[in-house]
Design a binder for this molecule. Structure first.
Ligand SMILES: [Zn+2]
Length: 290
């Protein structure tokens, strides 16, 4: 595999909140309360000086409601009731920034759970960067098995495969922290490095990049649900593991992130459903079009 080593290019980055659902805190973090806490669906909006606009996931969308209208998919919506106020819809938030759907050139997909991919159909010109293993596993399952794993085929555009680029096929590049080895050079210039974060599902794509506002940023999808879980070494409750693809590899991924978070070189780690991180860095408008 070819390798590239170049200085990091700072990218502009905003964190958007695109709907939310609720879960008991003790599911997200061991020893938490039974009270329901808000799980925002967070989306990264990244502006690359040459490659243009990149999304990391899409959060919820109206397509989610359509894809869960019949049995057995409706069970998913009953278990995790979703709230998506109109002003939080991704297209609406992009429009507020002068960005049209056709301006989005790349969508990096952390994994194929419906709360991460529900908006893909809204971006007709985007190419998709993802990992294969989870999708392949789910495509072999029946309809009930897919719904149980929050994989709703209807959310994927009909030409998904033709527009997909598989991260493990891309050249490798060093991760900023030696103990993390090498990642995948997603844009071909070392500016956006993809890394596998397995366990929650069979494969999960995290991304690392540099920004002027926050220094290094690491979007970690569902490898941890809350930043407090990493800070306090409190992985998800046991019941959550019954839904994970592989608890042992989840624990390995979680421990690596926990150690990174505790190190002096810690980047800004952004779990996809972390309310605290959203409050800290969300709502800024570094990325916009005139
Ligand atoms: Zn997930």
């Amino acid at each position: 595999m070819a390798m590239t080593e170049r200085a990091a290019i700072p990218l502009r980055f905003d964190l958007l909140r695109v709907g939310h659902c609720g879960h008991p805190e003790c599911i997200a973090m061991r020893g938490g309360r039974w009270n329901s806490v808000e799980f925002p669906a967070l989306v990264g909006l990244i502006d690359h000086p040459r490659e243009g606009l990149v999304l990391y996931d899409t959060g919820y969308s109206r397509h989610f409601h359509r894809a869960t209208r019949s049995f057995p998919e409706c069970l998913y919506r009953l278990v995790t009731p979703v709230s998506l106020p109109p002003e939080e819809e991704l297209l609406c938030q992009l429009e507020d920034r002068g960005i049209r759907a056709g301006d989005i050139g790349t969508i990096v997909i952390s994994h194929f759970h419906a709360d991460h991919v529900a908006g893909l159909r809204d971006f007709p010109r985007a190419r998709f960067v993802a990992t294969r293993a989870e999708k392949m596993e789910n495509e072999r399952r029946g309809r009930f098995g897919r719904a149980r794993r929050a994989y709703l085929r209807e959310l994927l555009p009909d030409d998904f495969e033709a527009r997909a680029i598989w991260a493990p096929d891309l050249p490798e590049t060093p991760m900023p922290w030696p103990e993390w080895g090498r990642g995948w050079d997603l844009l071909g210039d070392g500016s956006l490095v993809g890394v596998n974060l397995p366990g929650h599902v069979a494969s999960q794509l995290g991304i690392v990049f540099s920004t002027e506002e926050h220094g290094q940023v690491f979007l970690v999808g569902d490898a941890s649900w809350k930043i407090e879980a990493l800070a306090e070494n409190r992985p998800p409750g046991r019941v959550a593991y019954t839904l994970f693809a592989d608890g042992t590899s989840y624990d390995r991924t979680f421990a690596a992130l926990r150690d990174l978070h505790a190190s002096p070189l810690a980047p800004l780690i952004v779990p996809s459903h972390c309310h605290t991180t959203w409050r800290r860095v969300g709502g800024t408008r570094h990325v916009h079009r005139a």
